[in-house]
Design a binder for this molecule. Structure first.
Ligand code: MF3
Ligand code: CO
Ligand code: CO
Length: 319
């Protein structure tokens, strides 16, 4: 008797095909890099940031850059678009879908909206979004690896739109994620909100890390120190660095009109990372899981406005 033929196009065979490649990868085994496809096209009519051609950003913005009303309007539109594309892309993050397919979806949405996908060529990054699976902390390059039951994937979308960068990310659960891993993800999101809650004029940027550290210590997780949040606006990363742990010493004082990201990367194990051979992907040194959430925020007269909330989501703090 011959082998039973699988029905072509059924969900089962689709998943089986994609899973075979990953057979030896288990929770105890590190994520394997897939194939990175050729770069997608960006039509000539899309306004490009200054690094688009040679990959080197030229414009510099200082630590204490503040925006006027006209700039803020453009900034808000960029952040709103980034969140919209993130939410739409996240809907497609399910078992069997590759991170490359997520990149294609986000790329298309970006182009259709008339925006430039900011990671594309930024210091040579080859794709339009970052996708960081399981123990990958950040800067994962979308590739042919299919998402698997029990995975978690951080999707990080930044757009360049109306001359402004808007940046946000979320961690999506794929199928049945263990309670242990779910908790890490929940606490990471809570830590982001705790960090945002202290933002107001007169506060120090170091207060953010202090607030995040408190909740993370309570849970016994660790905070990634190598990467942090950043000032953002007319440039992707300004001179302002936002540590997610308490960094004593002189710290920038928040002023109304300042915009920056908060994007804690929280590890179940050690805080250290190793870089993959692709020179981008940062994974935990012990292969234990990592989670991340990111918002772009604005310091207002009264407090803080989150610029990258989903449509219809109310502002959680006074602004
Ligand atoms: N979006 C990331 C951040 O939050 C930056 C990605 S840079 C890239 O800062 F080059 F990796 F895309
Ligand atoms: Co980001
Ligand atoms: Co960012």
């Amino acid at each position: 008797m011959g082998k039973a033929k699988k029905k072509k196009g059924s969900k089962k065979s689709f998943l089986a095909n994609r899973k075979s490649w990953f057979d030896k990868e288990t929770i105890d085994n590190p994520v394997k890099k897939g194939v990175v496809n050729a770069q997608l096209e960006i039509p000539a009519e899309i306004a490009r940031p200054d690094y688009a051609e040679d990959s080197i950003p030229k414009q510099v913005c200082l630590k204490d850059t503040v925006m006027n009303a006209e700039q803020l309007e453009r900034m808000e539109s960029s952040c709103k678009l980034a969140r919209h594309i993130l939410d739409e892309t996240a809907k497609h993050a399910v078992e069997g879908v590759t991170t490359d397919e997520l990149d294609k979806i986000a790329h298309k949405l970006c182009i259709e909206a008339g925006a430039y996908p900011a990671p594309y060529n930024y210091h040579g990054f080859p794709k339009s979004i970052c996708t960081s699976v399981n123990e990958v902390i950040c800067h994962g390059i979308p590739d042919s690896r299919p998402l698997l039951d029990g995975d978690s994937v951080n999707i990080d979308v930044t757009v360049y739109y109306n001359g402004m960068f808007g940046d946000c990310s979320t961690t999506v659960l794929i199928g049945n994620v263990s309670e242990e891993n779910k908790k890490l993800i929940d606490v990471t999101e809570e830590a982001l909100m705790k960090g945002i809650s202290v933002v107001k004029p007169g506060a120090k940027v170091s207060d953010i890390g202090k607030a995040i550290e408190k909740i993370i210590d309570e849970h016994g997780y660790s905070i990634v120190t190598t990467y942090g949040g950043h000032g953002i606006g007319e440039v992707f990363h300004t001179k302002l660095h936002v540590p997610h742990y308490f960094e004593p010493g002189p710290s920038t004082i928040m002023k109304p009109g300042m915009t920056f990201t908060i994007e804690p990367m929280i590890n179940a194990g050690k805080p250290k990372h190793k870089l993959w051979k692709d020179n981008w992907t940062a994974a935990t040194i012990d292969s234990k899981r990592s989670a991340q959430f990111e918002h772009t925020v604005l310091v207002t007269e009264k407090g803080v406005k989150i610029l990258t909330l989903s449509e219809g989501e109310p502002q959680p703090f006074e602004y």
